[in-house]
Design a protein around this ligand. Sequence first.
Ligand code: ADP
Ligand code: MG
Length: 382
Amino acid sequence: MAKLLETIDLVTNFHTYEGIVNALNKVSLFADHGVTFGLVGESGCGKSVFVRSVMRIVQEPGMIEGGKVILFPDKKETKTAVNLLDQSEAYMESLRGDLISMIFQEPNAALNPIMSIGEQVAESFLFHRKQEMCRKIAEELDSSECRTIPLLRHFQKSVYQIAEKNPDAFVLKLLSRIPVLKRWEKRLIQEAMDRSAEIIGKLGIPNPEDILRSYPHNLSGGMKQRIVIAIALACSPILLIADEATSNLDVTIQAQILEMLRQLKHTEISSILFITHDLGVVAEICDRVGVMYAGNLCEVADVRDIFRSPRHPYTYALLSSVPRLFQEGELQSIEGSVPNLISPPSGCRFHPRCPRAGDICREKLPELEEVGNNHYVACWKI
Ligand SMILES: Nc1ncnc2c1ncn2[C@@H]1O[C@H](COP(=O)(O)OP(=O)(O)O)[C@@H](O)[C@H]1O
Ligand SMILES: [Mg+2]
């Protein structure tokens, strides 16, 4: 397996009037290429702050104050690895939505209410895949109607070449005002629309052409979330980050979207970082799982091992709070709540709620250690 993303001792704090909220307390985690990695934990454990830190979009008054976020874009060549925290804002802007796409809980926030669905999905293709589309159109040229007018064909072809190398060239914008080249622009837009219909079809939406003509307010929540996923996939990211992306949907729609992501996993997306507070969702879709508690990562293992042999008392408690079909006795809920991260508990942050806690747990923060089978646990009492 080749690493895709690794964080080392990542620290993010929010400087509020009440004090410093230590939302990430040295989080070290890695995810491999080709894997669906689930990050779970109760609300307020730092899952969203983690992904926002990775993408460097932490909201004010938050600041990333330590550690590294290393991206390995090429699975064969580890030398191309970059520490995202050292990169310029311009680099991050090109990374977001290009190599890495993110989808959130609320599709309305990601969609523009006054643009048609077609325009929005096509825009994503035009923005991220323009060069590839220009190349395709240039190749088609030879068999086009311009064959009969060689001069025009040469002229058009050189415009395509400029477009391919530098899609946002000023020259190109000027040239595209020439009437005969308007046709070229039309063709590019048509190509983007065709690809939009294709990806929408792949997301299991019937009559993609009709959907392209509709507006966000015409669609249901589940449908809108699929469109957001289509927009995210249009840029063929190496990593799709989904932060509670299905949490607002009803269970049947959620199940359909998970199934769809699972299918796309083999064709359109290579790796997914799936953030959820729902262990049922994790069981459905994830290969590997990280469990977070109060800004710390407490356990990382393959999904099977998390469910069959959880080792951290917090993971154990989370699992006991999930209803099961043949459950005997009462459903356990975890006593207490996630602590305030302005003055978190000393030592292991879970100790006040932990049935196994002893003196050392109150004094020292345990680090993640391998307990075999690529299974890591941060606990003094295992
Ligand atoms: N803008 C903010 N200002 C202050 N504290 C924040 C802010 N955003 C998040 N936090 C704190 O960071 C911690 C982690 O939050 P979050 O990552 O949103 O949790 P999760 O996504 O796991 O539900 C929480 O204690 C939360 O109060
Ligand atoms: Mg969250």
